[in-house]
Design a binder for this molecule. Structure first.
Ligand code: NAD
Length: 307
């Protein structure tokens, strides 16, 4: 297939592109490199630096493309609370631009990277796609809006659409921005350098940590699976892990006794999150393969920042 990946130089996008290239697809990327890095990509991937709202550029890149993976987005929840307009502009406006350009170019299918964050706080901890989303940050709102735009526009214009609600992704080379880095690389860096590991809240909040390679498997399936049109599908590990359990596992791997410091001033986020994977199993034949301990070991081994 000929495939365009928006945001393809990022953490998840680059792993996806490199896997698609290995499977002999032609892979094009549009990425403004605001968070992505060219060096992550196999040299056979055709990278164009540009903004997802640049429709003329998209027209050129979409020529004879069979499937678009739309991953380009701003991805920090705390940053979105400070700058909601930016998140609306890139995550919502950018998505609508990609859909318009796809309509003009006659592309068959789009796979959207959405987020488990759209659920917000729910009464139950296992989250099924039919629950009514209750987003609690501009980031989560922007992802839900992107899902709705993609599905509605796709129905109106005859484009097949599928949105994958990815839970807490981790793996080698995940971004570690100075403010509010994601929890796993932050804990790993602190634990492996002997710095203090700081938990927001009591540490009993649970998350569904899903390893990068499993996410890539789900994304790859979504481009050709037969019955996914207009679906939203969870992609996670299906296992809830509390932050205290995460720290124990990192301690066991690194052979260090970690005494976390609790920062009760910072919001601990939602109480519990775990993906219900029945739909992913049924429609994408998806079963996560990498458990937390193995995923953390691979992350440490493959990411030179942790050596
Ligand atoms: P990332 O920041 O590594 O990747 C996003 C990429 O988009 C970056 O390479 C960035 O340079 C690019 N980008 C940003 N704005 C752009 C613009 N206007 N035009 C073109 N490119 C632009 O983040 P990631 O973790 O790889 O996330 C990829 C996708 O998966 C995002 O849509 C994100 O919302 C979604 N997602 C990620 C997670 C996670 O835990 N990492 C969880 C759920 C969903």
């Amino acid at each position: 297939m000929r495939i365009l990946v928006t945001g393809g130089a990022g953490f998840i996008g680059s792993a996806l592109c490199n896997q698609l290239i290995e499977a002999d697809h032609e892979v094009r990327v549009i990425d403004d490199l605001s968070a992505g890095e060219k060096d992550r990509l196999d040299p056979r991937v055709q990278l164009t630096r540009g903004d997802v709202a640049d429709i003329p550029k998209l027209w050129r890149l979409l020529l004879d493309v069979d499937c678009v993976y739309h991953l380009a987005a701003r991805v920090s929840v705390p940053e979105s609370i400070k700058y909601p307009r930016d998140y609306n502009h890139v995550n919502v406006g950018g998505t609508v631009s990609v859909m318009e350009a796809m309509r003009d170019a006659g592309v068959r299918r789009v796979v959207l990277a959405s987020s488990g964050a759209v659920y917000g706080q729910q009464a139950q901890s296992t989250l099924h796609e039919d629950l009514i989303p209750d987003p609690d940050s501009p980031y989560a709102v922007s992802k839900l809006a992107a899902e709705t735009y993609v599905r509605t526009i796709g129905t109106l214009w005859g484009i097949e659409t599928v949105a994958l609600r990815i839970f807490n992704a981790y793996g080698p080379h995940q971004q570690l921005p100075p403010s509010h880095p994601p929890v796993i690389p932050r804990f790993l860096r602190s634990a492996l350098t002997g710095a203090s590991v700081v938990i927001y809240g009591d540490g009993h909040q649970t998350r569904d940590f899903v390893y990068l390679d499993d996410i890539v498997d789900a994304l790859v399936s979504a481009s050709t699976a037969p019955d996914v049109d207009r679906q939203v599908i969870n992609v996670g590990s299906g296992q809830p892990t509390s932050l205290l359990e995460l720290i124990d596992t990192i301690g066991a791997i690194s052979g260090r006794e970690i005494e976390p410091i609790h920062n009760m001033q910072q919001s601990a986020g939602v109480r519990s999150m775990c993906a219900d994977l029945n739909r992913a199993h049924e429609l994408l034949n998806f079963t996560p393969k990498i458990g937390l301990r193995e995923g953390l070991e691979r992350t440490i081994q493959l990411d030179e920042r942790f050596h």
